[in-house]
Ligand binder design. Structure first.
Ligand code: C2E
Ligand code: MG
Ligand code: MG
Ligand code: MG
Length: 288
């Protein structure tokens, strides 16, 4: 409801805020405060990336990581992306923020390579607005060149709903990204509704099973859904990764059903880059 309210306030223009109830104007006020401090935060380098390791379920080795943005706000403490990404999207701040996220992930990739790490993939999350940006592909290409990153070391995560919003436009951007050589994945798979015919057309490499389907894999219908997604991915020659893995039971289920990779608190939360690199360099493995 707050979202809808904000949307309304936005379309009406900021000067019309006084016509709304006190509640709504408080919501809008909070939003404007957040917008202002978010703007400052990006300039003041208060953003940081945490890297959640991704583990190969056959070998137990760390083969990549997902970059997840955090805001270390002097006033608010550590703020999670769910609290500011939607505002960054509405205000357009997501464009500079998203550029920073990609550059920072490339910087970490370059540092890992310098330490002798090979075949490591870092994924970043994209927002719909970044994908729609005219010069996104060119800008990405320039960033890869600037940091001397092999394109297949970078993976871009997009959600089903972002793709299905305008499938024809999405298909075009994905094709251009794919021809750059970056990896593409569909995040939160199963929570939106993608048409199976599009799934086959999108040039993606990976599907990520949303954690809502791992809930009680030992019991009810979730097991059927998780198994079906793994089979669907493999039949389309895609890699399948499960996110939000928290228990030994979920791990055993995924291993038994030949899911390719996992990430989740069971193994590790998102880590600062130095901790990721010391884990990877010391060859830590998960027991599988
Ligand atoms: P996501 O891409 O689906 O990321 C997975 C979320 O699940 C992350 O939350 C992660 O910390 C959390 N998670 C990981 N393992 C577990 C687990 O075992 N159990 C549970 N309960 N949760 C787990 P986070 O970091 O709060 O990110 C939330 C969402 O914010 C992300 O969902 C992504 O959509 C968005 N996001 C994060 N970073 C960025 C970014 O740099 N750019 C954009 N556009 N969006 C981002
Ligand atoms: Mg993601
Ligand atoms: Mg996800
Ligand atoms: Mg999610």
């Amino acid at each position: 409801a707050a979202d809808a309210a904000m949307y309304h306030a936005k379309t009406m223009g900021k000067n019309n805020v006084q016509f709304y109830s006190e509640d709504l104007s408080r919501v809008v006020h909070q939003h404007l405060l957040l917008e202002a401090s978010l703007n400052r935060a990006i300039r003041n380098r208060e953003m940081a990336l945490g890297y959640q390791p991704k583990v190969d379920l056959r070998t137990g080795r760390i083969v990549g990581a997902e970059a997840l943005v955090r805001w270390h706000s002097p006033e608010r403490g550590v703020v999670g992306p769910d609290q500011f990404i939607p505002i960054a999207e509405q205000t357009g701040l997501i464009v500079p923020l998203g550029d920073w996220v990609i550059a920072e992930a490339c910087n970490t990739l370059r540092a890992l390579t310098a330490q002798g790490v090979e075949d490591f993939v870092i994924s970043v999350n994209l927002s719909a607005r970044q994908l729609r940006q005219r010069r996104f592909v060119e800008h990405l290409e320039a960033t890869l060149r600037e940091y001397s990153i092999l394109p297949n070391a970078l993976e871009l995560e997009v959600t089903e709903s972002q793709l299905m919003d305008n499938p024809a436009a999405a298909l075009e951007v994905l094709a251009r990204l794919k021809s750059l050589g970056v990896r593409l994945s569909i995040d939160d798979f199963g929570t939106g509704y993608s048409s199976l015919s599009y799934l086959q057309k999108f040039p993606v490499d990976v599907i990520k099973i949303d954690r809502s389907f791992l809930g009680d894999v030992a019991g009810d219908g979730n097991a059927v859904i998780a198994r079906t997604i793994i089979a669907l991915g493999h039949n389309l020659k895609l890699e399948v990764i499960a996110e939000g893995v928290e228990t030994q039971e979920q791990l055993a289920f995924l291993r038994d059903h030949e899911c390719d990779q996992m990430q989740g608190y069971y193994f590790s939360p998102a880590l600062p880059p130095e901790r990721l690199s010391s884990m990877v360099c010391s060859g830590v493995r998960m027991a599988v």
